[in-house]
Each structure stands twice: as C-alpha cells, then as structure tokens.
Design a binder for this molecule. Structure first.
Ligand code: OAD
Length: 240
C-alpha cells in the first residue's frame, strides 16, 4: 500500500470549479460581471439603494442552482475529503452547494451561501430555497424587510478567516482550482502558504490565473478532467 505523501491538503476553489455544471463564472466572456455591474448587485450600498434588484439577482441564481448537478471535479473533491488518510480542508469562494452535493462533508464557504439568508434585524441565518423579497418576513423575529442573501459582498469581511489562515499555515499541499486570482483575500492565500515555507502549491485552471507565478506547479485545462486525475494520484500516494 502506498503511503500518502501529504498530511494536510487545502483546496481553494472558485467559479471555474462549477463552470462545467453550467453555472456562469464572473470574469470570463459572458460571465456574471459582463451582464451586471458589481456595484449594482454585490455591495451593501447596492442593497441599500435598490434591494429589489439585488434580491432578484440572487433569486435567479438560487433558482438556477436547483437545475444543475455537481460535476466530476466536485465529486472527486468530495471523495478526497472522505477517503484521504490525512486532513482535507475545502475552502470555496463559491456560493453554490455543489461540493456538498458531490459528497464533501465539510466545506468552508468564505463568500457565504446562496441557500441561506440572514436577517439584518435579529441576525438569524436561515436555510432558504425559495425566492426572497422585501416583503418576506424573518421566520425568527417576523420583521420585513430585513432578510438579505447570506452572501459576502464587496466591502464586507469574508467568513471563517481564522479557520482558513490556520489551515493555510498547517497544510503541506495547497491546490487552487478554477479561480482567476483577482479577489482578495483568497487571491493572497497562495502567498500566505509560501510564506509558511514548505507546502507544495498547484494551480488548476483553464488558463494561467493572475497569481500563476506564485504556484510551484500548474495544470491548465478543465477542472472536470484534471481534478479527478489528481485526486486519484493523491489517494494512491502518487502525486508529486
Ligand atoms: P472568476 O470568474 O474571476 O474566475 C474563474 C476562473 O475559472 C477563470 O480564471 C477561468 O479561466 C476559470 N475556468 C473557467 N472554466 C473552467 C473550467 N472548466 N475548469 C477550470 N477553470 C475554469 O471567478 P472567481 O475567481 O471564483 O465574489 O471569482 C472570485 C470572486 O469574485 C467570487 O467569489 C465572487 C466574484 O466577484 C463575490 O461575489 C464576493
């Protein structure tokens, strides 16, 4: 039997992980930020100015989510987390639930989750699958309007950073999958790992990301093809 070469793998994922499932990325041609201005739908100011538009944007994305399925990269990462003998920390910028549906047990959603809303009056977070409007009452405190998508918008602090930085400082393999490396702090995680000194770093992306030079190894192509191959190697103890 092969001995796993790594003890703690951290995987950072972005929209490219879910692209082959049919969810739009943000910055590719025809991506979400081609059709919507960030300032109109993904900032606290946008929500204050035009809450109906913001709710509609996330309602559409929530509805779309129920029509797509995890792809081979999601299921491979789920399998890695379940079967790898060491620790696997899955950190995602994605707000979909495709890693969970692909079999992952514990996913750190640093930019929040589409299937949750948060009450700005009582701060309760609710699981949510329906549309949400300014008329929707909070099931906990009854206030409306007040329920907002539990999404981290530009200008807001990402979730779970303590847990993420602890994992970055502890890992011996860091994988980045399907992210353009444009949005901090996630774009800076690879530099953080390199500062700690000893972890191997691999970028998996359709094309070189903005941070490609920080990675020791690159595998460029579709996540749905490259990730399952790499997971197979990691589970056999064969990866570089
Ligand atoms: P981007 O849209 O910026 O980048 C997606 C990356 O995935 C691009 O570099 C693509 O080349 C790559 N890609 C596309 N299809 C792929 C495939 N099949 N296999 C592998 N790679 C593929 O998305 P993110 O980097 O995730 O934040 O964006 C980061 C954050 O910016 C998002 O979480 C969101 C956005 O604004 C918030 O909304 C707060």
């Amino acid at each position: 039997m092969n001995v796993p070469r790594y003890g703690h793998i951290v995987v950072l994922s972005g929209a490219g992980l879910s692209a082959e499932s049919g969810l739009s990325t943000f910055r590719d041609n025809g991506g979400l930020w081609d059709n919507h201005r960030v300032e109109d739908v993904a900032t606290p100011e946008a929500y204050a100015r035009n809450p109906d538009l913001v709710q509609r944007f996330y309602n559409e994305r929530r509805a779309k989510l129920s029509s797509v399925q995890p792809n081979a990269a999601h299921t491979a990462l789920g399998r890695l987390q379940r079967e790898f003998e060491g620790q696997v920390t899955l950190v995602t910028q994605n707000v979909d639930d495709l890693l969970e549906r692909g079999g992952a047990r514990d996913v750190i959603h640093m930019h929040g989750e589409l299937l949750k809303v948060r009450c700005t009056a009582c701060n309760t977070v609710h699981g949510w699958r329906e549309d949400c409007t300014e008329a929707t009452r909070c099931p906990a405190c009854g206030v409306a309007p007040g329920l907002r998508p539990d999404i981290v918008w530009f200008g807001e602090m990402p979730y779970h950073l303590d847990r993420i930085y602890a994992a970055l400082g502890d890992c011996d393999l860091f994988l980045s999958v399907g992210t353009s490396g444009n949005v901090y702090p996630a774009a800076g995680f690879v530099a953080e790992v390199r500062r700690a000194g000893y972890a191997h770093t691999i970028e998996i992306n359709l094309e070189p990301s903005a941070g490609v030079s920080y990675f020791a190894e690159h595998r460029h192509g579709k996540a749905g093809e490259i990730v399952p191959e790499l997971v197979e190697q990691l589970l056999k103890g064969e990866a570089s």
